[in-house]
Design a protein around this ligand. Structure first.
Ligand code: TA6
Length: 324
């Protein structure tokens, strides 16, 4: 058994929990580290990240809930990543295909404040698991616990920041030839409610079997977008397996997902990087966000219903990446 600090409380836990708890912040239910057998960090966290409210931690795996992006009254990407979660000491049975013992269960419920801005009772249980081969699994279970019979609707993403040696030499497989759903948000003006306002969106299909990067937000910016705009390239109905090839490191990240049909690809590139206080000017070169998400088709839960979204990350030698 090991003594660990959870927040500022000294707690004794089984030692394997200590390893997991060193990777997860209760603030945001936020995974901030995932290392391979050689102790190499596989996730990107900015050197300027802020690990306390009101900013979400810049890097790792922010949880976007109850909304992806910023439409309606909620803050960008919802409030879950800006709240303190608790260790879930009494989770209901977790049907998982992992035999791993190294996991931690976290839980988030809405505060009175949260209910004022999003009037829905929920239980959000997150299990972070380190698999026997070093794979990292996140499984979210979101249950509608409204007693007055109200359903609720949400969108969701695991906003994962992968560490890459050089964004200009990396590429993604498994996304091309898919319908691309580009949401153009014009800053300063009224934000487009992109879920209901499809006419403002462009849909087109990527060409080629791999996606490379040469500018902000995404591969091959097809939209002539003024700097004042955000562009999120949201890939719809993507395969359950996506690969990111890092040429220099001879490494491939493999992302497997369930319940998360969409994928968002993002890199701020140079101008936006300079404009972000919690991001180093040159750090954009060494990170790529590949976000497994449920965005285009929002999820509706009736009272008592539960939704599950799972992503499993592994890092394998590059021979894997022949675009399989
Ligand atoms: O990655 C998708 C995205 O919506 C980008 O447009 C960018 O805004 C990014 O999320 C980061 O958002 P954040 O609120 O964490 O600065």
């Amino acid at each position: 058994r090991c003594n660990v600090f959870i927040g500022d409380i000294l707690t004794t836990l089984p030692c394997f929990l200590e390893q997991i708890l060193s990777m997860v912040y209760l603030y945001g239910g936020h995974v901030t580290s995932w290392k391979n057998d050689h102790g190499e960090e596989l996730l990107f966290v900015s050197s300027k990240a802020i690990f306390k409210p009101p900013k979400a931690i810049r890097g790792g795996i922010p949880i976007c809930f109850p909304q992806f992006s910023n439409h309606g009254s909620l803050e960008q990407h919802g409030f879950a990543r800006n709240r303190f979660w608790s260790i879930d000491t009494d989770p209901p049975p977790f049907p998982t295909n992992s035999s791993s013992k190294a996991f931690v269960d976290l839980i988030l419920k809405p505060s009175e404040e949260d209910l004022k801005i999003w009037p829905h009772s929920f239980e959000f249980r997150l299990r972070v698991t380190l698999g026997p081969g070093g794979d990292l699994m996140l499984t979210s279970r979101i249950r509608n616990t409204n007693v007055e019979g109200k359903p609720f609707t949400f969108t969701f993403a695991y906003h994962t920041y992968f560490s890459v040696s050089d964004i200009r030499k990396g590429c993604c497989f498994g996304l091309a030839y898919l319908l691309l759903f580009s949401e153009v948000r014009v800053e300063g003006l009224e934000t487009l409610d992109y879920l209901d306002n499809l006419k403002n969106k462009e849909r087109f299909t990527e060409q080629g079997d791999a996606i490379t990067f040469e500018s902000e937000a995404s591969p091959g910016n097809h939209l002539l977008v003024p700097d004042s705009c955000y562009v999120d390239k949201i890939y719809l109905s993507t395969p359950t397996k996506i690969a990111i090839l890092d040429h220099e490191k001879k490494r491939t990240f493999v992302i497997r997902k369930d319940g998360l049909p969409d994928a968002v690809v993002w890199n701020p590139w140079d101008k936006k990087a300079k404009a972000m206080a919690d991001f180093g000017d040159d750090e954009y070169k060494h990170m790529l966000c590949m976000e497994t998400a449920a965005v285009e088709k929002a999820i509706t839960l009736k009272p008592g219903e539960e939704w599950r979204g799972r992503q499993e990350l592994s890092a394998v030698p590059s021979s894997y990446c022949s675009g399989q």
